[in-house]
Design a protein around this ligand. Sequence first.
Ligand code: S3P
Length: 451
Amino acid sequence: MTMGNRWYKIDSMKIQPVRRIRESVRLPGDKSISHRAAIISALASRGRSRITNFSTSEDCAATLACFKQLGVIVEQDGTTVIVEAGGPILSEPRVELDCGNSGSTMRMLSGVLAGQPFASTLTGDASLRSRPMKRVIAPLEMMGARVSSRDGRAPLQITGRRPLQSLDYELPVASAQVKSAILLAGLSASGRTNVTETLAPTRDHTERMLQWFGVPIETKRGDGSSPNVVSIEGPATYQARDYEVPGDISSAAFFIAAAALLPGSNLLISDVGLNPTRAQVIASMQKLSADVRVLDMRVVCNEDVGDIQISGAESLVPKGGGHTNTLRGTEVAQLIDELPMLAVVGSQVDGGLEIRDARELRVKESDRISTTVENLRLMGAEVEEYEDGLKVAGRTRLRGAKLNAHGDHRIAMAFTVAALVAEGESEIIGAECVAVSFPGFFSLLESVIER
Ligand code: S3P
């Protein structure tokens, strides 16, 4: 299918550079939060939860499909999803539960299924079946579930136990998915489960949403020298509650970057989730001297929400100029999904950008260090690759090139931004994978582009 004289064609995903980005957009619901809204409302013991602005992503559709297999009644009308409370005890599924490409679905459902009195199997696509799952298997086995795997990878066969034993656990990886799996298992454990975020604090959507549903959960905040400890009292039962999902900051990031890099751009993104454990990308863009402002902060369903205003600049010259800009340490955990896009931005910034302490990128939907480095080099950027990150030289005139998404939605979108600011045409092979998190990405971007 060729889309007339539009700036991209679906069949070959050829992308022409554009002049600027203008006006305003509202983005689909946050993917991380939508997974949790589906899971937590399905596990309620009574009532119906109406979830509005539910994510349009294939990943969240996989979560809903799994719960239907677990006997939960789900009705969907566009982005409104109604979930009939199915918990705390779900029905044994007759088929394997297919999590598609979604690590969040597989890891968080592992925590749910660990506390169910039956056996079930979680599987997924080739990418998901190659990703590390020992990080959830180990703590869930300590709580009393039995999990067999293919050497720490899916398919996972989970034999649940009810009640589980409570657990005191220090996270060996900075992962909100693992933390959430343990907290969801903690819902059906007897006693207090404590999760210590030893390496870095990670996104806290699960904690905030459980609190919204009335579950006894609390976080003892660390003070820099001591880590956060999240505690949940089990077994916990609660009732259904309506939930409104904010716009997805990780999807907004691509619009923020495109508008910041194209001079003369002016874009308003409304109703975006700005939870401080997720919104680090705004501070990082500001540190790179991008003109990004937050307006009208408010709290909706226990999450921070606001509007984002971006103006494009001729050039990005961070204060103190000339030095390499760096992203490292604990902030990296709160930027994890935005790093490929920040590497693209880094190629346009005075001083370039070095990203370290980001080893986790190697086990995402693709090895995001190597797929980012490969595509940046194809566009003529000077890049060094490290085991735990990369360094990209700044103020490079990127050249249009034939790029590869490697089946990874965030790589496809990050390099669409690169293609918009490059010289000449680019082609992204396999760009349809954007649907994993953001099916409407290309058409929404088109609606704000000026050629
Ligand atoms: C997510 C947490 C992150 C992130 C993923 C979604 C979540 O993964 O990369 O896209 O919803 O909790 P990790 O927690 O494994 O780092």
